[in-house]
Design a protein around this ligand. Sequence first.
Ligand code: C5P
Length: 321
Amino acid sequence: MTTGDVRTLTVRAAAKINLHLGVGAVRADGYHPIDTVFHAVSLFDDVTAATGEPGSGPVLTLDGSDHVDLVDVPFDRRNLVHAAATRLAREQQRAPDVRVAVHKSIPVAGGLAGGSADAAATLVALDRLWGLDLEDQDLLRVAADLGSDVPFALLGGTARGTGRGEVLQRVDDRSTWWWVLVTSTHGLSTPAVYRRFDELFPTAPARPTPADRVERAIHSGDPVQLARVLHNDLEPAAFDLRPGLAELVSRGEAAGALRGMVSGSGPTCAFLCADADAARAVCSELRETEPARAGDLGADGAVLVTTGPAPGVHQVAYERR
Ligand code: C5P
């Protein structure tokens, strides 16, 4: 395929969970230093980009799977897809005339970096649609300007993240890990969770807890070892802001998960299971019990079986002019 021929193309990006999230004291720029292990899981958003009318700017349309509530998603420049298109066009000194259709399966404000996935997918889609053929380093730099989790969404797999999450190093991860995700239709705001962290831990050390133990457990390939060391410093803040999450974690563990935890800033919870059968069993049990909690967590949240690591942004369809 020559990129010059492409008129419409669809690019897919994965959700992420954090297998370790060490958070240090807030920096002068308002961000928190983190030491994290990002892990992409098999829950994807699709971004379809097509050449737009001259002078139209980025035109965004959105739809979503049943478990995704789009009510709080902005359609304007506050949307990361819009920001990605505008930013890349400005860098390339070209008009940002593009139509972008986003199909969301990653819950909004769920702690799964769905908005970051969409931004990363948009960068790759436009790189191909516009025939830019940018170097990885250039795409990663633009991604980091858009948000702390956007570079990892490009990369996928499993990776250690430091700085504010944008400095990445791949982790050699040859296993297939089985996860049950419990989403909620009511999101949690990432800045609000970080603010609660500051209130709960006013004496947090400047340096975040290192992710070394999780990296070693990943290399072992043993889910029991990994379950023992999963860690999220934002979990107490998410528990505090969303009563019911702690109980959900206990319920998933009682249902047979090796370990449950809040994903990133929440409210999605991720449950590591021993294998595919265990994941399916935990999923069915949580599906039976979850409606009872609808008032707490928002009706119609989904209970999903996923695996990781999932690939980074990749093209899934194209149509020539
Ligand atoms: O980088 P991003 O725009 O995704 O971050 C959103 C918000 O999350 C930041 O404005 C900040 O409040 C918080 N954040 C943080 N420390 C990080 C990443 C995000 O405090 N490492």
